[in-house]
Design a protein around this ligand. Structure first.
Ligand code: ACO
Length: 326
């Protein structure tokens, strides 16, 4: 049987750092509120000329270099994003020529913060089926350009960044053991962009009412996030006949440090085993898991042979889990 492995990883964040103190200057908020409620201290913000596909391209190039593969080796490009360059074409298609992958299949996954795990899972299936040898999965988000900078209930939470992985039939370690994906569209309006699609096409009125920005009912999402991430992890562990003691590291989607503390408790995983970097990046949606994973690899917390749980939750609603034997 063909195995699918994460063969290389790469990340990118824009240079500009925006602190909570910077938000205090333009918004009715405080560093204290943001840190206490979310754990976030700063986030990266893209330069005016940058677009999502630029950030994804930087991360993808680094992942290809890390994996030791060239353009010819890549069979498929998947981009997970909730902040695309344009509604049409896909961000993957914008990224494709920047990466020299013209002619190769390319598509986006719209699963918000769960997008990276969804993308790795799709890549896993293509590799295991024998159809492709190397799939490039990118999570790229420019969320600071998708939120209303006057809406304190969401703008202080989000940040920009990108992460990418090469999922391959070759390579040492990084074996994908299994994954589980879920979605429940009945909760779609808990986190959405009301206007700009067929449901509410753009008009002067939709712009005046600021309906083209992310809108979130954070409080309601909080409880669902903890439960669904814990449930999908249990389901995956059961399917793999593992127990939570077998997880060496949890690399979760970084939406709120309090969500992660509650999750660790429910999973009975020691807090020191949860990789958390939300304080420096905020919520970067589909980029948050690769950004956290890359950091824990580079500071040598994660070693070869460790079992790593990726678990995520986001707009859709979507939630998912995946375990890799590094
Ligand atoms: N600064 C100061 N006060 C604020 C701010 C702010 N930035 N934002 C909200 N407040 C106020 C509210 O107005 C409210 O005031 P009130 O009590 O006078 O009405 C008070 O703070 C409490 O607001 P809540 O929304 O109840 O605060 P909560 O403790 O729930 O924290 C948060 C909000 C951080 C959004 C939290 O609910 C959360 O993290 N939810 C989950 C988010 C999530 O997981 N999203 C999905 C993934 S993201 C994706 O897919 C892109």
């Amino acid at each position: 049987m063909i195995e699918a492995k994460i063969r290389g990883l790469g990340t990118y964040v824009p240079e500009r750092v925006m602190t909570n103190a910077d938000w205090e200057k333009i918004l009715d908020t405080t560093d204290e509120w943001i840190v206490q409620r979310t754990g976030i201290r700063e986030r990266h913000v893209a330069a005016p000329k940058e677009v999502t596909s630029d950030m994804g391209t930087h991360a993808a190039r680094r992942a290809m270099e890390d994996a030791g593969v060239s353009e010819e080796d890549i069979d498929l490009l998947i981009c997970a994003t909730a902040s695309p360059d344009t509604l049409l074409p896909s961000t993957a298609c914008w990224m494709q020529p920047k990466l020299g992958l013209e002619g190769k299949p390319a598509f986006d996954i719209s699963a918000a913060c769960s997008g990276f795990v969804y993308g790795i899972t799709v890549a896993d299936q293509f590799v295991k089926s024998g159809q492709y040898n190397n799939v490039l999965v990118v999570g790229a988000e420019m969320l600071t350009r998708m939120v209303d900078w006057q809406d304190r209930s969401i703008c202080v939470l989000l940040g920009d960044g990108a992460g990418a992985a090469v999922v391959s039939s070759q390579g040492e370690g990084g074996r994908i053991l299994g994954s589980r994906l879920h979605a429940d569209g009945t909760y779609g309006e808990l986190l959405w962009i009301p206007a700009g699609g067929t449901r509410m096409p753009p008009t002067l009125e939709t712009v005046e009412k600021r309906l083209h920005y992310y809108t979130m009912r954070g409080n309601e999402l909080f409880k669902i996030a903890v439960k669904s991430m814990a449930d999908v992890t249990k389901e995956l562990l059961e399917g793999l006949a593992m127990d939570s003691g077998a997880i060496d590291w949890v690399v979760p989607h970084q939406a709120n440090v309090r969500i992660l503390q509650a999750l660790a408790k429910r999973l009975r995983v020691p807090w020191e085993r949860v990789v958390v970097n939300i304080e420096r990046y905020g919520n970067t949606s589909a980029a948050s898991i690769p950004l956290a994973f890359d950091e824990a690899l580079h500071d040598d917390r994660i070693k070869r042979g460790d079992n790593i749980l990726f678990v995520s939750f986001g707009g859709g609603l979507t939630w998912s889990a995946l375990i890799v034997e590094w």
